[in-house]
Design a protein around this ligand. Structure first.
Ligand code: GLC
Length: 425
């Protein structure tokens, strides 16, 4: 009797160990890398919980620097080294042509999902027929403005960059004369990185100065409208913008804005829900509008941004990684993301969603802005995009810093881009 009991306990334990071992082998522990802008880490944790519960897998977010430029440098190194520790990469909309070889083709895995997204976004992530990444949100910037301050000083919401320059100065001066010493007129992204390419493309394009490199590959940046746009922007640092704006990325601009120290801010929609958070000094005091036009030109320009998820070809957990990528790009996760982080969805139907319209009114308002957004020239310059962008943001940063005139810097830039193009892109 005693020995029988022992045997059955033993066999019970053996079965238990086997079953734990078995389920451990199938439960993957994924690693996902992403830049940590705003509350991205908390948002990610909220988003993945239902997926972890449903699948039994788990995922750890490996946070990266906020700058997309720094992320790109690091990811390129990891991927070139065939790093198997990272299963999924959160990728910027501009990276697909440059990293396409390092990620698996998701076409087959997303056959049911792809038609739910805007076709242009799916196209931006498709390189030579390979679906490199699945979209998780798109981005198109806004001009944030303080309703209370414009009203108080009887100033309009500006529709041109020239008017913005004027209004920002008037409100800044008036506020400072009342003792509001920390106020600035306008904060934006002036650091020498990809974010400055986005801001400066908007100035240039909205002045009628083209898109740096046109979709057919023509280098168009050296023209009078582009020069005029940069000349106006270079009057801002130290007048309506803090001198430190030349080192600002998105988060530094948001920091000044959200503590109540800016009249205007150029930023992406993520700053909308954070600005309306309980810890924000500007909660309920601001609204958004489209970026201004300039130089007598009548259409404004918003740079197209956005983020995607790609599965590393070196991942040893590809099945689970694909499942997570599908989940993050799907309607459930995109809806939650939009509700908690006011990121623009890439799923068409979510622009009609009533919960979203109520909680984050910027979203339905921003559909057209996003649909008309200007892409950076990553498609025509392909694997050379990063170099093209770095040369552009350097020329702009030099101009803003008073190191050479706009005309000199754009002439030199044109020459450098011609050289780069000559070596093949
Ligand atoms: C936002 C955009 C991204 C862009 C970056 C620049 O994150 O979504 O596309 O490259 O800003 O800072």
């Amino acid at each position: 009797m005693k020995s029988l009991k022992l045997i059955s306990i033993r066999s019970f334990l053996a079965t238990l160990i086997l079953s734990i071992g078995g389920s451990m082998a199938s439960a993957a522990e994924l690693r996902y890398v992403s830049g940590a802008v705003g509350n991205a880490i908390e948002v990610f944790q909220t988003l993945v919980k239902p997926w972890e519960e449903a699948t039994g897998h788990s995922v750890t977010l490996v946070p990266m620097p906020a700058s997309t430029t720094d992320q790109f440098g690091q990811y390129r190194l990891w991927l070139a080294a065939g790093n198997a520790d990272i299963d999924l990469y959160q990728t910027d909309v501009i990276w697909a042509p440059q990293l396409a070889d390092q990620f698996i083709d998701l076409t087959e895995h997303a056959q049911d999902l792809s038609p739910l997204h805007f076709p242009s976004i799916i196209e931006s992530q498709t390189v030579d027929g390979k679906l490199v990444a699945l979209p998780i949100f798109t981005d198109a910037p806004a001009l944030y403005y303080r309703k209370d301050l414009l009203e108080k000083h009887g100033q309009p919401v500006p529709s041109t960059w020239e008017q913005l320059t004027e209004v920002a100065q008037i409100v800044q001066d008036a506020e400072r004369s009342e003792g509001n010493d920390d106020i600035w007129g306008f904060v934006w992204q002036g650091n020498a990185y990809e974010g400055l390419t986005c801001d400066a493309l908007e100035w240039v394009k909205s002045f009628g100065g083209g898109q740096i490199v046109e979709p057919d590959g023509t280098i168009s940046i050296n023209n009078p409208q582009a020069i005029a746009a940069l000349e106006l922007a270079s009057t801002w640092p130290g007048t309506i913008s803090p001198p430190g704006v030349l080192a600002y990325q998105e988060e530094e601009a948001r920091g000044v804005w959200q503590t109540g120290n800016a009249v205007f801010m150029r930023n992406w929609p993520y700053a909308y829900s954070l600005g309306n958070g309980d810890d924000s000094a500007v909660k309920g005091l601001f609204d958004v509008t489209t970026l201004p036009t300039g130089g007598g030109h009548d259409t404004s320009a918003a740079t197209l941004g956005g983020w995607n998820v790609a599965v590393s070809k070196y991942s040893e957990n590809q099945e689970a990684a694909i499942s997570l990528a599908r989940y993050l790009a799907g309607p459930e996760a995109q809806k939650t993301r939009t509700l908690v982080a006011s990121n623009l969805p890439t799923i068409i139907s979510l622009y009609e969603d009533e919960d979203i319209a109520r909680e984050q009114p910027i979203i339905p308002r921003w559909k057209d802005v996003f649909l008309q957004a200007v892409p950076r020239p990553s498609a025509p310059t392909k694997i050379k995009y990063n170099e093209v962008s770095a040369k552009f943001w350097s020329a702009v940063h030099n101009t803003l810093s008073g190191d050479g005139s706009a005309a000199e810097n754009l002439e030199l830039l044109e020459f450098e881009l011609e050289e780069l193009k000559g070596s093949g892109w």
